[in-house]
Design a protein around this ligand. Structure first.
Ligand SMILES: *Cc1c(COP(=O)(O)O)cnc(C)c1O
Length: 367
């Protein structure tokens, strides 16, 4: 699908903010720590290729979730280290080798499948995933980790790294975090054959558990300028949100009292009201549960009234404004500001999801 350029709805991405945020984190890590920027899911909606290009000299490599995301970066000329965090199918290993990608191996079953399918592991770069308590991917004991490393090496792979992922690094309580850390530390220290790169930190770990570094970190949400905990834990240093979402009024009218607005006629004007129409809807990731939320016009909060349609929303304006007046959906307007975290709170979700759901129909513009 191509983006809809002939419409005022745009996501502005400030690449300089992404650089700033990355530096903010790097300044607080030991100099020798390698930084991997996580650019999966189109760089959390910011555009994987422009973000990776902007960060190419600033980081040691990138993490993506699957082969296609990695190949997109290679096709755009990104030659740095890339680690695929998800499981790669055995029959696709040749692609990973061809594109010089590191893959995650998370189970002995996978190695067995590779053997059955007679896939060639020679020369493949591998990072072993340890499940220290996330319960998603990874080996769950020392013995399995040792057998996996041995089996992969016998098959000719390079076991370059080992890593784990924390489930609660963005929470106030350290109990679960410390259990996972202790488990992973002890497993890594007892390995028969320890890989060179050992990593565990996502953004939240890098922010609130700065002593948990190993020798590389995987930074996602924080480089995009958002707090991994939402509004729960204060950030110890400044991050600048990189994405703003803007549109404009394309229709403005005054309705008498008692008129209804939108599908289902869920909103009825209480008095004479000025209603504006904005070309963004659930097909853009502006989901239906945002009915009753607000957008900014001329520095003022305006309620989204009536249902969110596929392509449009209707808002209640304090007075009539000319067509083309800017409507800010995420970002600042006048002295007020609406963040992706505010939206997440209204929707009962997390800022990550808000960003990832901004659809491909919305053009991204870069500064
Ligand atoms: C997505 C992901 C990250 C990045 O997480 P953030 O919270 O966005 O920093 C790191 N590691 C793994 C394994 C991931 O899946």
């Amino acid at each position: 699908m191509i983006a809809s350029y002939h419409r005022p709805t745009v996501a502005n991405v400030k690449l300089d903010h992404i650089l700033f945020n990355t530096q903010q984190l790097q300044e607080r890590l030991p100099e020798s720590t390698k930084t991997l920027a996580v650019v999966k899911a189109n760089a959390y909606g910011h555009g994987a290729v422009p973000v990776a290009k902007a960060l190419a000299d600033q980081v040691d490599g990138f993490c993506v979730s699957n082969l296609d995301e990695a190949i997109e970066l290679r096709m755009a000329g990104i030659s740095q280290f890339i680690l695929i965090l998800g499981v790669v199918l055995p029959e696709e290993i040749f692609l990973a080798k061809q594109e010089k990608l590191a893959v995650t191996v998370a189970s002995l079953d996978w190695l067995e499948l590779v053997r059955q399918q007679k896939c060639d592991l020679r020369g493949l770069s591998v990072h072993i995933k340890v499940d220290s308590g996330m319960g998603r991917l990874g080996v769950r004991c020392l013995d399995d980790a040792n057998r996996l490393i041995k089996g992969l090496k016998e098959a000719g792979s390079e076991v370059d790294g080992i890593f784990t992922h924390f489930a609660t690094a963005d929470e106030a309580s350290d109990v679960k975090f410390n259990q996972q850390l202790t488990f992973f530390d002890s497993l890594v220290n007892q390995l028969d054959d320890k890989p060179a790169m050992v990593h565990a930190s996502n953004s939240a770990t890098s922010i609130w558990h700065q002593d948990t570094v190993m020798n590389a970190v995987r930074l996602g949400i924080a480089i995009y300028g958002l707090n991994p905990s939402g509004h729960d834990l204060p950030l110890p240093f400044e991050l600048k949100p990189a994405l703003t979402l803007e549109s404009a009024l394309v229709h403005v009218k005054t309705l008498p009292a008692g008129e209804t607005v939108g599908y289902g006629a869920t909103y009825k004007t209480a008095a004479e009201e000025v209603i504006g129409t904005v070309p963004i809807g659930y097909a853009d990731g502006w989901t239906r549960d945002l009915q009753g939320f607000e957008v900014l016009v001329d520095g003022q909060r305006c309620e989204i009234v009536g249902r969110v349609s596929m392509d449009q929303i209707t808002i209640k304006l304090p007075k009539s404004y000319p067509l083309g007046t800017v409507v800010t959906l995420i970002g600042s307007n006048g002295s007020d500001d609406i963040s992706a975290t505010d939206l997440a709170e209204k929707r009962g979700t997390i800022n990550y999801e808000v960003l990832c759901l901004i659809s491909d129909r919305v053009p991204r513009k870069y500064r």
